[in-house]
Design a protein around this ligand. Sequence first.
Ligand code: NDP
Length: 248
Amino acid sequence: MTEPRAIIAVTGGNRGIGAAIVSRLLQRGHTVALLSREGRVPVGQDLLPAAHGRLFAYACDITAAGSARQAFARIAADGFRLAGLVNNAGIHMEGPSDSFTSADFDMVLLTNASGTFATCREAFPHLAVDGGLIINIGSFFDRLGVKGNAAYCASKAAIGAITRCLAVEWAAQGIRVLDVAPGPIETDLNRAALKEGGLGRYLAKRNPTGGAGQPEHVARLVGSLFDADSAFLTGETIYIDGGQGIAH
Ligand code: NDP
C-alpha cells in the first residue's frame, strides 16, 4: 500500500494573503489543499504554473457548522495525510464603538476567533496521526488600541490566546501551533483605504519600513516556518509588521 501524501491546508486560500501562502508553499515543493467558500482554484490567480499536480481545491466556510470537518474528511478520502494547516480566512469590520452593533461584533468574533478555533478542532484528529504544524494568521492589532476596531482587535487577541492554549494542549500529539501576526498588508481588505483614504500617506510616515507590506512578505515567513523543522518552537505570536508595532 502506498503511503498517503502529506498535504498542507490553507483556509481563504483563494485571494489576498491566503493565495500568496498557497503559491509560496507550492514553490517550496509542498502539496496544498486550497480551502475556500467557492471550493475551486480561482480564475485569475497565477497559482497553477507552480502547482505541478500538487494543488487541490476543497469547499470550506469556516463559519458553517460541519464545513471544515467535511473538507478534512474529503482530503483524507482523496488519499492525503494532513501535515499542516494555515488558518488565514478572516474578515475586518470597523466603526465607532458607540454605534457598533452586537450583530457585527459577533460576526467578526464568529469568523476570526470561533472559525479559527473550530477549524483547528476539526483538523486535530488528522494532524494527531503524525503531528504537524498549525499557523493561525493573527494581527499586530492584537496588542494595540485602535479606534473603531474593538471587535477586530478582540478577535485577533483571541487568536493569540487560542494559539497558546492549543500549543500546550496538543504538544503531546506532536502538533505545534503558531500565530503569525502581520502589520498592514496591501490586499482587498484595505486597498481602497490605502489608495483613497489617506491610510497610505499615514503608513508612509508611521511604518519604519515606509509603508504597507505585501502578501508575499507574510507568505515567505509562513513558508519558512513549515520548512524550519523547529521542533521546540510553539505557542508564540510572531509579528511581521515592518516594526510598526514597536515603533515610538
Ligand atoms: P482578504 O479580504 O483579501 O481575504 C480574506 C479571505 O478570507 C478571503 O479568501 C475570504 O474568502 C476568506 N474568508 C472570509 N470569511 C470566510 C469564511 N467564513 N469562510 C472561509 N473563508 C472566508 O484579506 P487578507 O488577505 O488581507 O487577510 C487574510 C488574513 O490576514 C485575515 O485573517 C486578516 O485578518 C489577516 N490580516 C490581514 C492584514 C492586512 O493588512 N491585510 C493585517 C493583519 C492580518 P472569500 O473570497 O470567499 O470572501
